[in-house]
Design a protein. Structure first.
Length: 518
């Protein structure tokens, strides 16, 4: 069979934006095998181009093998009959990335930060490329997730003061942002991607969760917020998860819709059927709850003699934005506000001169000599026990700890202390380094101190004379003790060299003065 030249030209023209054109004969073979591939706008053609876009975004070398068109066409052919030719419903979702934070909360310490371009790019890729693909895949093309991203240079100003246990965005602030960006009926769901940690000090507000989502009936829109993370996997489920919370909030009381027991968090109510995480695709490194999300979005969760979830019973009510009363704009509202004493801002920059602090709370009674793994209250904690890492304690200068890694390791001298819940503290020390060098590609931790998730940000690599480090942190409310570390290296950051720590102090910060913890 001789393929018309215009058909070959058509497929090559469609693909030219994705990769250099393969040999004509490969394209010809693919179209001979699957004639629908050569028809612009056909379901086969659209699914082929959609997958090509996803795969090349994941791996720029995907098209380096000239047979990729045939391989991808074969893949599409195995699933195309199960995909809807066109979406049955489209959801428009807005993500506002807050590049800056200068945030206030009456019980926590300040957060002043700027998101890196790398973190912004990761957030955009997950939201704009991978999340729509995951929704498409989970619903077999029946639901279209249409993303829009706006990077805002207006700083995040506050965290929800009603939440005393975590950094949660304030709905009033999102409402004011929407008033300047869009109008009711433009989007079904809108949310923030924001920073909840301080760039200068490494301070992190404890979190009750990775994100928060729901449906705001007063605004007539689904809302969500996700805290920035440098570990975000391209196919992370966080955006889908928080988006579904809004869907459940809107469709849950609609005629014919039966939600799962426990809603989106109800996997434990179904006899372990959805308890195991799995990759979305064979080549994925991320493991998530793909089977649960798929059955929830398609109303295929077995429950008694029938099935529950969203799916057709929900979609027949139309997208959420169509049910919103037509208004010209979102009404601006008052945002919770407040300010910190100046000494608190000084403390966050490492200046404790004017800080209101209590006496040191570190345990005493450590004997000079080598620190063993079983020694309490301080003990050696290493990722690689065979790396010949050593730790010692001397009584000089009021107590001096030495941690040495001759071979790349993630190691620390740790101490677990009991502290008051939801309270602010500062952990401080002076550090001297010799030959500290990060050995692992992409690593970022040299010599530092840490308190749970908060890690000091000063880069003490190489050989550095005595340098003061101040690390403020806030305790959680659901753990019996708080872990402090004198550290060399870190997760995915194997490091060598020697670090000496002295003049250690752990003090409570008297802010807010006289505060009562929950």
């Amino acid at each position: 069979m001789k393929l018309p030249l215009f058909s070959i030209a058509l497929i090559l023209f469609s693909l030219i934006a994705l990769a250099p054109p393969p040999a004509d004969e490969i394209s010809a073979q693919a179209i001979v095998r699957y004639p629908e591939l050569g028809k612009s706008g056909s379901p086969f053609n659209r699914e082929f181009l959609r997958r090509a876009k996803i795969y090349t975004a994941e791996n720029p070398q995907f098209t380096s093998d000239k047979t990729w068109i045939l391989r991808l066409a074969d893949e599409v052919a195995t699933v195309i009959d199960t995909y809807a030719p066109f979406p049955e419903i489209e959801f428009k979702v807005l993500l506002v990335i807050k590049r800056f934070s200068d945030a206030y909360h009456p019980l926590f310490l300040p957060v002043r930060s700027e998101m890196s371009e790398e973190d912004i790019a990761k957030a955009r890729h997950c939201f704009e490329i991978q999340t729509p693909d995951m929704v498409h895949e989970a619903t077999h093309g029946r639901v279209k997730f249409t993303p829009t991203v706006i990077v805002s240079d207006q700083p995040l100003r506050c965290f929800n003061p009603k939440r005393r246990d975590s950094a949660e965005y304030a709905a009033e602030e999102l409402q004011n942002e929407l008033a300047t960006l869009t109008k009711p009926g433009d989007y079904d769901t809108a949310g923030y991607y924001f920073l909840y940690y301080d760039n200068a000090s490494g301070y992190r507000i404890p979190r009750a969760g990775y994100g928060v989502g729901g449906f705001n009936s007063a605004l007539g829109i689904g809302t969500f917020a996700v805290g920035s993370t440098s570990q975000m996997n391209p196919r992370d489920e966080i955006y889908i998860h928080e988006w579904i919370h809004g869907l459940e909030g809107f469709y849950g009381n609609k005629t014919g819709v039966r939600l799962a027991k426990g809603g989106l968090h109800g996997t434990a109510n179904y006899d372990g059927r959805y308890s195991l995480t799995k990759p979305w695709r064979q080549q994925d490194t991320f493991r998530g709850y793909m089977e649960w999300i798929k059955d929830l979005l398609n109303a295929k969760i077995p429950d008694g003699e029938g099935f529950v979830g969203l799916g057709d019973p929900a979609w027949r009510h139309g997208p959420m934005r169509k049910a919103v009363p037509q208004k010209e704009s979102y009404a601006p509202t008052v945002v919770p506000s407040g300010s910190y004493p100046e000494w608190v801002y000084e403390l966050m920059l490492g200046n404790l001169t004017n800080a209101k602090l209590g006496s040191s709370l570190l345990p005493e009674g450590l004997h000079p000599g080598e620190i063993a793994k079983e020694t309490m209250p301080w003990r050696l904690d290493v990722w690689n026990p065979n790396a010949k890492t050593t730790a010692q304690y001397l009584e000089a200068d009021g107590g001096m700890f030495t941690l040495e890694c001759p071979v790349g390791n993630h190691a620390s001298i740790r101490c677990d202390v009991q502290l008051e819940p939801f309270s602010n503290y500062v952990f401080s020390a002076e550090v001297k380094t010799t030959g500290i060098k990060i050995q692992q590609e992409g690593g970022k931790y040299s010599a530092l101190i840490s308190a749970e998730a908060s890690k000091s940000t000063r880069d003490l690599s190489g050989s550095v004379d005595w340098t003061p480090i101040v690390l403020p942190f806030t305790t959680k409310g659901d753990q019996p003790s708080t872990t402090l570390r004198l550290q060399v290296g870190g997760q995915s950051s194997l490091t060598t060299g020697r670090a000496v720590f002295r003049k250690l102090k752990l003090q409570k910060v008297d802010y807010p003065e006289g505060a009562v913890t929950p």
